[in-house]
Design a protein around this ligand. Sequence first.
Ligand SMILES: Nc1ncnc2c1ncn2[C@@H]1O[C@H](COP(=O)(O)OP(=O)(O)OP(=O)(O)O)[C@@H](O)[C@H]1O
Ligand SMILES: [Mg+2]
Length: 1107
Amino acid sequence: MAKMEVKTSLLDNMIGVGDMVLLEPLNEETVINNLKKRFDHNEIYTYIGSVVISVNPYRSLPIYSPEKVEDYRNRNFYELSPHIFALSDEAYRSLRDQDKDQCILITGESGAGKTEASKLVMSYVAAVCGKGAEVNQVKEQLLQSNPVLEAFGNAKTVRNDNSSRFGKYMDIEFDFKGDPLGGVISNYLLEKSRVVKQPRGERNFHVFYQLLSGASEELLNKLKLERDFSRYNYLSLDSAKVNGVDDAANFRTVRNAMQIVGFMDHEVESVLEVVAAVLKLGNIEFKPESRVNGLDESKIKDKNELKEICELTGIDQSVLERAFSFRTVEAKQEKVSTTLNVAQAYYARDALAKNLYSRLFSWLVNRINESIKAQTKVRKKVMGVLDIYGFEIFEDNSFEQFIINYCNEKLQQIFIELTLKEEQEEYIREDIEWTHIEYFNNAIICDLIENNTNGILAMLDEECLRPGTVTDETFLEKLNQVCATHQHFESRMSKCSRFLNDTSLPHSCFRIQHYAGKVLYQVEGFVDKNNDLLYRDLSQAMWKAGHALIKSLFPEGNPAKINLKRPPTAGSQFKASVATLMKNLQTKNPNYIRCIKPNDKKAAHIFNEGLVCHQVRYLGLLENVRVRRAGYAFRQAYEPCLERYKMLCKQTWPHWKGPARAGVEVLFNELEIPVEEYSFGRSKIFIRNPRTLFKLEDLRKQRLEDLATLIQKIYRGWKCRTHFLLMRKSQIVIAAWYRRYAQQKRYQQIKSSTLVIQSYIRGWKARKILRELKHQKRCEEAATTIAAYWHGTQARRELKRLKEEARRKHAVAVIWAYWLGLKVRREYRKFFRANAGKKIYEFTLQRIVQKYFLEMKNKVPSLSPIDKNWPSRPYLFLDSTHKELKRIFHLWRCKKYRDQFTDQQKLIYEEKLEASELFKDKKALYPSSVGQPFQGPYLEINKNPKYKKLKDAIEEKIIIAEVVNKINRANGKSTSRIFLLTNNNLLLADQKSGQIKSEVPLVDVTKVSMSSQNDGFFAVHLKEGSEAASKGDFLFSSDHLIEMATKLYRTTLSQTRQKLNIEISDEFLVQFRQDKVCVKFIQGNQKNGSVPTCKRKNNRLLEVAVP
Ligand SMILES: Nc1ncnc2c1ncn2[C@@H]1O[C@H](COP(=O)(O)OP(=O)(O)OP(=O)(O)O)[C@@H](O)[C@H]1O
Ligand SMILES: [Mg+2]
């Protein structure tokens, strides 16, 4: 659920108060408690207005993920809970959108998290600014400059394992779109004393340990180094290893970073050689050697190390050796050379090491700048990030701490100035009355240090430049004189009696009451460090080095450019650079991150209230809050204010149409907030007391809950309603469907019932109509019948009448005729003889017969015997004559027809006639034979040479020669045989060979049997006991059965004078050798084909199927 929350203000779900201006009551305790409460809840960031307070968590928190970056991107500063990203976003957006150069000032004491904060700011800006290959490279180079500088400029101190020992100000440059173009880094005073000596529990700069741990053997050999830390005097041993730090891995990271930033391989190599040379310098030791003048002169103990250094750096060994033993002072063109004692030699050695290292560091910064500088000359917008060493108090505080703390003092001042200024400006801008606020202004401390006439730095410079013996003590004396009365300066030796008995103040020390606390400075080393002297012999020796980098680091060693002027002191240099920095910062829009260290143990979860209280005090957080509140604790632009609280008033909820300011006025009036509690600015509402704001917040919370309930209610209502509507809709649909179904069913029922009723009614109606029609028809028919009868009767009556009339008329006529005849006859009787009537009758008859014959002459039909036509008879009395005439005519024309025949034809017709007599209407095969001429010898045996032998064997005339099928008695199958009939014999011969198989005299043939059907089977029965009969009767089939049987009959008749018995029956017996077999003709079925088939059924039955 927490993830889904949409935050709209830092006031939402606030732990303690996110912005300390809302603290009530406001005092040191509440401030610390608020920080503690938030720290305990992992809320390490808290605002004071636009200032971010960051408490170092000393552990990694999951609040810097890319998702967080996205959360804070383009959101208003107070929209989400306090975060360093909110400040970074605000700064970046005002830079990009409002064209205001920005600076981010990160302050806090050592270990409070400044460097981490600066990296977070940079990484946030890198994440949200433009993308693209080129831009990414710039970003990468800017980010990667950090590990390089940290390796060379950071070290483990008792306060911080990664303490920055230099000040860093980085300008990141952007183009008009907000894409990074490049950057410029400025460095401030590296704590170089650390190179030669580190306080107990601290380390030298990281790079030394990284090099020895991480370099390969090969590289170490090349650099003439050994991995063992204890071999090097400059490396403290007691804390060479830092918990949780992997120097070897860091070395790789640094080399990689150098590569990304753009260091060439040879440059990296040179840098490492210088680092190695510095390390090795520490191992050069000196011993005293007495000289003739009684003074001690230092000599190098073991020259091996020196030799290696010279090899590494390309310096002439003798030159360097001399530089460690002598010091040349040039004054007014005079060179005076003095020997160095052992102490001076050690001083010279350390000075060389420190200088070499610090110059190398400056060179690195320049080199990085060269890489990251913007490539274009277009106008740039700048975001400066200042990460300077934090305010620090050690057991022994020296010149470096003095300088560092001075710098922090200046930063505090600029903070106060700018915050106040901005606050004042806002009040003026918003037209709100400005009330003066009391706060501690540390300008007085800055003045103590930097005042040009009597400031501590000026005094130090004066001492350094003064002729005569100058020591740290003389410097302290001077201070005691000049600053004795200053409120913030304390010294036992000062004339101020206040401190005479203060035992916490040693004699060789002075104490300054910094804004962040009192710091006791050991005066020892101040003069030296301020002078920062390097003997000229050494710088000249370095300039002579064959090592290009080293040579370039010591330009003053060039004899051609000897400058007798003293170089500016370290203090004045630093003062100048701080002044430049301050000026620079004042031109930019400041953003503050104030880092607080929760404990001294570098441990997570521990919140040391005393320690924090101290920081809160010196950081002036309380004053900061007061200044910020300056009468009004909280301010907010009208739009967001109205947006946040509009639900508290009916007029403004849910929308306010007018200007936001008027809306806020209405809102505040409605809520009855006392008028003294707020004030209307031009663009913002100013709320005097946090309690008013909290009251608003409470009301809002309450109202939001109510609104949530309302929304919930409406939502539930809506949900239920939609559910209900859906159900109702579904119910309607279901009901509709059901009704439809029911109605459909009912309709079907009604329809079918209707149909039934309808059909009954229609039937009934139809029947009724039918009945009526029938009745009508009957009526009509009756009428017709009656009419017909009536008409018939009428007609008959009429007919009768007519007939009667006709009869009467006829009778009258007959009577009249008779009467006339009678009259005529009576009259004419006397004229005719008595038989005249008979004569007339005969004459008439004669005439009629004559006329008949004459007409018949013309009417006779054709001469064809088959023409059946005959004219009709004219008179009944000629009937018999007419028939007789017809018969005679037919006979006559038949005779005429026959007379045309030749003998041959006569024979043929005789035969045909014979056949007709034998078979007509007896055998079904007969009609088909009528049209076939009987040819007899079908096989032309005489002509065919194949049958020559057969012909020769037969002397008689051949009547029939034809192939027949002889039925095999055994199985009913047939074999072809030549059937020959002569005048006396019947012969069977083989069809192929023509050889005679059987010869039967016709006298032995008794009978021929055949069926009545349309088949060609016939049996030839032989006389029992005859020779031929020994083989049994023959059963043949032939297409010319009728002809054969006829010819056989005729021949037998003519030869034997006996009529051959022809039996026509569908079942007859045939004597096969001993057996009598019955041949039975049945009506076969058509599928066996149109040919009759013969099958032997059993021993006694041969079945012929006739189709
Ligand atoms: N935001 C943070 N989240 C987690 N750890 C942090 C954070 N800030 C600081 N630290 C831890 O605190 C240590 C000290 O922080 P940092 O080096 O930034 O301090 P500093 O203020 O720069 O100190 P110095 O003045 O000595 O340089 C870091 O090494 C880191 O371990
Ligand atoms: Mg730091």
